[in-house]
Design a protein around this ligand. Structure first.
Ligand SMILES: Cc1ncc(COP(=O)(O)O)c(C=O)c1O
Length: 409
């Protein structure tokens, strides 16, 4: 191929519209700056990322080492029987009852969410979400070619749901589902029974599916997070997306589940599953014991995160001008900063500020909003450091805000 032909090929073979709109993860936007800063000898506390820092249960690695098949074969597309049965047991342990035929093991909660969107909505149809929301919902929606329609939440009430009529305004003739995450990433909010009931009523009134992302189920510090499956009136239209990633500190295992009593949804998810053949075999085997007996591992982890949450909330209260609240669950909080542009502040903080040789990487919250301009002065903090380090990080943010306000930037 000569150069002219090569040039032509480049222009003729363009990329899809989907390729154009697909976002790169805004969570990692500032990570390169942190790496540069570390090279100058400054210690960086990462408050920006949701990767659990606690050790995985040794039993998981033992099970991997003990895997004794001669061939590493595909698992069945709906999952290995041992993994399906383990998910059934795990959910049953939380009072959520499914038949094995109603479960599809997925590559993390992520694949369950993509399968759910693809199963219920056609190109251009809409899914209502609450913003700020888990930023990869944007990516899932782009893959599925559906449009997310955000309902804004407010930091003033700890990002709890607005009244039913406000939510209803986001519903159009193209809406196919309401997607929500309880407990929530990025806000840590747990929606109470009356809030979930609003969604249940709206789903019934407008004939919508409810896609419920419950990957943080156990991370509930003040009261249990109720599952969508606790509302029998929507049992026929609820799709539960769940994951072993967070509660077992096994993000790299990529084992989640899609669960629904809706036969068509499960059959469709299975067909999607057949197209990608299988989820990793060894990991399904390795996770099963934890799913079968989750409490001994999960309970201390949750207590650790409760302690971290308390340390963060306490620390934030001492910083003048910071708006915060007490997140009831997950391991995140979105805070309001006394600055116009949280991204500018976060860049300055990671590039130029230090306190005793240490600084902090924050995630500007604008990336968690779909509406342009929303969350401009907000940042998300993740509690992936030891409590003592979280405390130091908050002190650094405190000092940095003082310095920033004085115009030292
Ligand atoms: C709200 C929420 N849903 C789903 C996921 C997907 O995680 P995974 O695919 O590892 O299960 C995450 C991960 O951060 C998340 O925060």
């Amino acid at each position: 191929m000569n150069e002219m032909q090569a040039q032509e090929t480049r222009t003729i073979v363009g990329l899809s519209e989907r390729a154009r709109v697909m976002q790169a993860s805004p969570l990692r936007k500032l990570a390169a700056l942190a790496e540069q800063r570390k090279k100058t000898g400054i210690k960086v506390f990462h408050l920006n990322i949701g990767q659990p820092d606690l050790p995985t249960a040794p039993a998981v690695f033992e099970a991997m080492r003990g895997f004794d098949q001669k061939t590493l074969a595909y698992a069945p597309s709906n999952g290995l029987p041992v993994a399906i049965n383990a998910w059934k047991n795990y959910l049953g342990h939380h009072g959520i009852h499914f038949e094995e035929s109603e479960l599809i093991v997925t590559a993390g909660g992520s694949e369950a969410l993509i399968f759910a969107m693809c199963a219920v909505a056609d190109a251009g149809e809409e899914v209502v979400v609450f913003e700020p929301f888990y930023t990869n919902y944007n990516g899932f929606a782009t893959i599925a070619n559906v449009r997310l329609v955000p309902v804004p939440l407010s930091i003033e009430n700890g990002f709890h749901l607005p009244p039913e009529d406000i939510i209803e305004r986001a519903i159009t003739s193209r809406t196919r589902a309401i997607l929500f995450c309880n407990p929530s990433n990025p806000t840590g909010t747990i929606y109470g029974r009356d809030e979930v009931e609003r969604l249940v009523r709206l789903a019934l009134k407008h004939n919508l599916y409810i896609i419920s992302d419950e990957v943080y189920r156990e991370f509930a510090y003040d009261a249990d997070a109720i599952s969508i499956m606790g509302f029998p009136e929507v049992a026929d239209r609820a799709i539960l997306c769940d994951s072993s990633s967070k509660r077992f500190n096994v993000c790299g295992a990529r084992i989640g589940v899609l669960a629904s009593h809706h036969k068509g949804v499960v059959e469709t998810a299975l067909k999607f599953g057949m197209a990608r053949l299988s989820v990793a075999t060894v990991e399904q085997v390795a996770i099963a014991p934890l799913l079968n007996d989750p409490e001994p591992y999960v309970r201390p982890i949750v207590e650790e995160f409760r302690h971290r949450r308390d340390v963060v909330v306490e620390g934030l209260r001492t910083i003048p001008g910071v708006t915060s609240y007490k997140p009831e669950g997950a391991f995140y909080i979105v805070i309001g900063l006394p600055v116009k542009d949280a991204e500018h502040f976060a860049r300055w903080l990671i590039n130029d500020f230090e306190l005793n040789g240490e600084t902090v990487l924050l995630a500007p919250a604008a990336g968690f909003y779909a509406t342009p301009g929303q969350g401009a002065n907000e940042a998300r903090l993740a509690f992936m450091l030891k409590a003592s380090e979280l405390k130091r990080s908050i002190d650094i943010v405190h000092a940095a805000l003082g310095s920033y306000a004085k115009g030292h930037h």
